[in-house]
Design a protein around this ligand. Structure first.
Ligand SMILES: *Cc1c(COP(=O)(O)O)cnc(C)c1O
Length: 428
């Protein structure tokens, strides 16, 4: 008699006590169907589910695990920190070390504050931008995700450059009425928004390489125009680099694009898998924060000693010479191999990568905005997802998510992934 699938059993148990059985919605496999895999352990480029099936991991906890799972230097740092105490609610030297390490690598930041999640960092950066400028309006772009703060859970209203509508129940329209939602890479619309509202805009928040609508780059012209218009109108340019920071390169998307934002939001990699995020910028703006200034912001676990140990050890590894060159080459090899496999089987396919982050689309050309991303054939993506999963390759269970390669992925892992994809393309 075949034994019951442990993932099914755990999913049933989970659904009885946790809404949808998960603590973050995309984990539920709702978009692709099927039972989510409950992970029991991870090592290097792999994790194992409740049935002890091994997967090559291309989500890496949605970005943080850039060194792979269980890097010895990181494990050692965390073990040492745990023995010294979990949390004090008083300052530590390690917070200074991490702040110094971040500032040394992100020259646009002169000061930084540590928090516990990307959501919290983005929300705090927004409050700071409003507090520092004394203005209300903010600009965000359709398809960019900045965490789940109320004012950022918003989609475009009708017509060009109008204020947005909430995308979640529980967010009153009054809370999003100051959020302008624009189309990504649409320069004309951006210019119109600034022409209409420029003097009331506190900040423009953007993923300069967007990873929450799969993988879409801001064009250099678009990114430059964002910078120019913010400067011209006294609005703050806020790069949300929670995903791209220390992921697309040692200096983030701002390093790739050669653009200096006013505020930067970080998360994911800087915690190395622990709850840790940050936001920062010029001294004069950051000193508007409590306890120095009038913008309130706080956190019981902010700068947590175990999380900072994990983040510091991770940053130390990725700052080593050649790290990103090797990671980028590996990621490019994956993307090129997938493209070739799709081409060989006559499947429409396009793909892109930067550093250890990649995206692919089941269409001939790379999309420039969210509306085009959403024209992807969902059923076809689901076939690919489940085909790969059955072959031991775990990619994001939704077509609007980016993928992540770690330093632990071997050439053999990449080759096995490409071969799995070729088989799925061939069967399609
Ligand atoms: C993941 C992410 C966030 C939210 O971070 P959490 O730690 O999940 O709250 C914000 N912005 C971007 C760009 C992200 O990718």
């Amino acid at each position: 008699m075949p034994s019951a699938d442990q993932n099914d059993l755990l999913f049933d148990r989970a659904r009885a006590v946790i809404p949808g059985g998960v603590n973050s919605p995309v984990r539920a496999f709702k978009a692709v169907g099927g039972t989510p895999r409950f992970i029991r352990r991870a090592e290097g480029a792999y994790f194992w589910d409740a049935d002890d099936r091994r997967y090559i991991d291309y989500i890496g906890s949605w970005g943080p695990m850039i060194l792979g799972h269980g890097h010895p230097a990181v494990v050692e740092a965390v073990q040492k920190a745990v023995l010294e105490g979990f949390s004090y609610g008083a300052p530590t030297e390690r917070e200074i070390e991490l702040a110094e390490a971040i500032l040394a690598l992100v020259p646009s930041m002169e000061m930084v504050r540590l928090v516990s999640s990307g959501t919290e960092a983005a929300m705090s950066a927004l409050r700071l931008a409003r507090g520092a400028t004394g203005r209300k309006h903010i600009i965000k772009f359709e398809g960019c995700y900045h965490g789940h703060a109320d004012a950022l859970l918003v989609k475009a209203g009708s017509g060009l450059a109008t204020f947005g509508h909430p995308t979640s129940a529980g967010v009153p329209p009054e809370v999003t009425q100051h959020t302008l939602v624009l189309e990504y890479n649409n320069i004309a619309q951006l210019e119109e928004a600034f022409a209409l509202h420029g003097n009331d805009i506190a900040g423009l928040m953007i993923e300069a390489i967007a990873g929450n609508m799969n993988f879409v780059r801001a064009t250099p012209e678009f990114a430059r125009r964002c910078r120019e218009l913010c400067t011209q109108h006294g609005a703050l340019l806020i790069f949300d680099e929670v995903m791209t920071g220390f992921r697309v390169g040692l200096h983030g998307a701002q390093g790739v694009l050669g653009i200096r934002p006013d505020l930067t939001v970080l998360g994911k990699v800087i915690g190395g898998g622990m709850p840790l995020a940050a936001f920062g910028g010029p001294r004069a703006i950051m000193e508007q924060l409590a306890p120095l200034g009038p913008v309130y912001q706080a956190g019981t676990l902010s700068g947590n000693p175990v999380a900072t140990a994990c983040g510091l050890a991770t940053l130390k590894e990725i700052a080593k010479p050649g790290f990103y060159e090797a990671l980028a080459a590996k990621t490019r090899a994956l993307v090129d191999g997938l493209k070739a496999a799709a081409a060989a089987e006559g499947q429409p396919f396009s793909a892109d990568s930067e550093g250890g982050m990649f995206g692919f689309f089941l269409m001939d050309e790379l999309p420039q905005n969210y509306a085009t991303v959403m024209t992807t054939d969902g059923a076809k993506f689901n076939t690919l997802f489940h085909g790969l999963l059955a072959r031991g390759v775990y990619i994001a269970p939704a077509l609007y998510e980016a993928g992540f390669v770690s330093a632990a992925h071997s050439d053999a892992d990449i080759a096995a992934t490409i071969e799995a994809a070729r088989q799925v393309f061939q069967a399609a």
